[in-house]
Every structure is written in C-alpha cells, then in structure tokens.
Design a protein around this ligand. Structure first.
Ligand code: TXA
Ligand code: MG
Length: 342
C-alpha cells in the first residue's frame, strides 16, 4: 500500500479515506495519532495490526466537540464538565463509563470505560468533522518505539501499512496527554502523567490522586498501556544525573567499553564536549522543560541515523511537565542510571 502524505489543504481527501475504513495518521498538540473510524470494527483492528499493539491495550477516542461526548458515555460527572470546559481542546484524556454498542468492541479492549479527548489541532478537528465520526488514535509509532512528533517519524514506522498521513509540521507539547480516570468522580486518578500537570488539574477540581502503580512500577497499572516496554530507541539509553564532571566520567566509562556515545542533553552540557568527536542532540537551553519535552522523542529517534551505540540522556526535576518527561525517559532507559562509581 502506498502511504500518501496529505497537506492541510487536502483534509477532505484524507477524511474520505477514513470513511472508507482506511488508516490516516493525524497531527495533534502532543504527538501524531493513528486515526481510524472508532465505530468501524475492521478499521480499528487494522490499527492494532499496523502498530503491532497488544490487543488488551485500549485506544483513545478523539472527538471534535465537548457536546458530542454525551452520545458516547453513560454519564458526565460535574468534574468532567469542569475539566472539559477548562482544558479542551488540549492534552487531557478523560476516562468515562462507556455506553454500550457505540464504539467498535476493540476500541475499549473489553473494558466498560472509554478514554476520550479533544485534541488542540485545527486540521485534525476539521478531519474529524469531515469524516463525521470520532477517531481512535493511539500514538502513530510501531508499538514500543518513541512516539512520533513529526510526519516523517510516522512515515518511518508505518509507511506501506497505512493509507496516509496528514502533515501539519511538528507537534507542540511533544509528550502524550494526561490520562485521568473520572469513572469515580469523587476520586479522580491520573493513570498517565502528560501535558496537563497534577497541579493544573487540582487548581480546577481540588484533590487528584496519582495511580500508585506509576510510582512503584512492579504491578500492572490501571492504564493497560503503561505496563508495556515503551519509548525505546534502537540504542540503549542511560540517564546521567549530575554535573559536567559526572557527564565526562560517564562518557569516558562507556568509551572505554568501546561504545560510541550519543549525548541528549542541554546546550551547556553539549558545549562541554565540543572538542570531542561525539554525536549529540540538543534538548534546548539549560533548565527549559518545555523545550526538552518538545524535543525528547525526536532526540531518541535521532541517533538511529548516527554511529552512536548508546544514548546518555539528561533528567529533569520531577515537577509539573517534568513528571511526564521523566515518566517517559525512565521507561525508555528501563530505569538505568549511570552510577558514580562505575
Ligand atoms: O496525546 C495522546 O494521548 C496521544 C495522541 C495521539 O492523542 N495518544 C496516545 O494514545 O498516547 P496511546 O494509545 O499511545 O495511549 C493511550 C493510553 C494507554 O496507556 C491506554 O492504556 C490508556 O490510554 N487507556 C485507553 N483507554 C483506557 C481505558 N478505558 N481505561 C484506562 N486506560 C485507558
Ligand atoms: Mg503510545
């Protein structure tokens, strides 16, 4: 199958393919999604196949308005109303009790709940309206790989397997949406940290819980997707948490083992290695978590095209967006840190 790249002037053509049950990758403010008609069982099954996604991992349904949600869910709790008004369109996914028979069965992977979000991207909102149906949209990467933040990433992973990609340049946030379970409205629970922080949510609705499995990762989390190997580039990733001297020690250590280093860090750290022949990818100026989050997935994918055999990556403080950044980075590194005494 030829995978066509559509410009934002060609949304109608892309929407027509969705209506025919084909897969179209769409841009959002977080990462690119892999779109299909959420009411078409065969189309949804093709999404799982194209990604190589385990079938027990349910999909997010993307809508073009708050108003249509009432057609899809059993009830809209007051907290959901408040959150939708405040954060939609935007990087917040809400888990509702699903109405039976609305979506294709495989969308919810057998659960009695459904994840819904309204993405903040004009082209994609038009695509959903033109297709006249909500779209499932897992991140448009091969299962286990870093999520795509540009059309080129999608093309790399899924060319020949999907009908098209709607190209709208780079995504904004760069990390996926926050997934919040509000099926028990008295106990809203973050199942996956993301573009909207816990503090931002609490400002609107009061106390928010964080699924403990996200903290101690030895058990199965409630967001089924969080249990799988995730965000892994071809090269192993090691987190280096320390000053320039520690970075130098880490570089020396892995070079002595015969590794070719890829540095993924802020400009200052990279500048410290400018006289050495080392691959690097900048996460932006020191301390800027927005830029680091925006660039991280592109960085993880970058080194595939270089001679690097190992990626040394910079951690950020675990607050605000930094919680989502570290959640993804630790998974891509399988929690491996460079130890000072190595
Ligand atoms: O930013 C995003 O959310 C992107 C863009 C494309 O919208 N999408 C995305 O989808 O990240 P995906 O499939 O890669 O991640 C969806 C997450 C998974 O961890 C999945 O287990 C969880 O949401 N999820 C989906 N439905 C759920 C449900 N009913 N209950 C609990 N978790 C659910
Ligand atoms: Mg994903």
């Amino acid at each position: 199958m030829e995978t066509k790249v559509f410009q934002t002037s060609e949304i109608k053509e892309a929407a027509a393919l969705i209506k025919q049950g084909e897969l179209i990758s769409f841009p959002t403010e977080t990462v690119y999604g892999l779109g299909a008609d959420a009411k078409n069982e065969q189309a949804v099954q093709k999404v799982y196949q194209a990604k190589g996604r385990p079938s027990d991992n349910p999909l997010i349904v993307h809508v073009a308005s708050k108003e249509e949600v009432v057609d899809y869910v059993k009830e809209i709790p007051e907290v959901a109303e408040t959150l939708m008004n405040h954060f939609w369109p935007g990087p917040l996914t809400l888990i509702f009790k699903v109405k039976e028979g609305v979506f294709a069965n495989t969308v919810t992977a057998g659960l009695d709940s459904v994840a819904i979000r309204m993405p903040d991207n004009e082209a994609t909102l038009i695509l959903i309206k033109e297709a006249n149906t909500p779209l499932v949209g897992p991140s448009a990467n091969t299962s286990g790989k870093p999520s795509p933040t540009m059309a080129l990433h999608v093309y790399h992973d899924l060319k020949g397997k999907i009908a098209g990609i709607l190209d709208d340049g780079e995504t904004g946030v760069g990390l996926e949406s926050t997934v919040l379970d509000i099926t028990d409205p008295k106990n809203p629970t973050i199942l996956r940290p993301g573009g909207i922080s816990k503090a931002e949510l609490e400002k609107e609705i009061g106390f928010v819980t964080v699924d403990q499995h996200l903290v101690s990762s030895d058990e199965t989390p409630k967001a089924p997707g969080m249990k799988y190997k995730h965000y892994s580039p071809n090269e192993p990733v090691i987190i280096v948490d320390g000053d320039q001297q520690l970075w130098q020690n880490a570089v020396n250590h892995y070079q002595s083992l015969g590794e070719k280093i890829g540095l993924m860090a802020n400009d200052e750290i990279i500048a410290g290695f400018s006289n050495q022949d080392i691959e690097s990818f900048s996460l932006g100026e020191k301390g800027n978590i927005q830029t680091a989050s925006h660039r991280m997935y592109a960085g993880l994918r970058h080194f595939e095209k270089t001679k690097a055999t190992i990626i040394l990556a910079e951690p950020y403080p675990e607050n605000g967006l930094g919680i989502a950044y570290m959640n993804r980075l630790k998974k891509s590194a399988a929690n491996q840190y460079y130890q000072k005494n190595e």
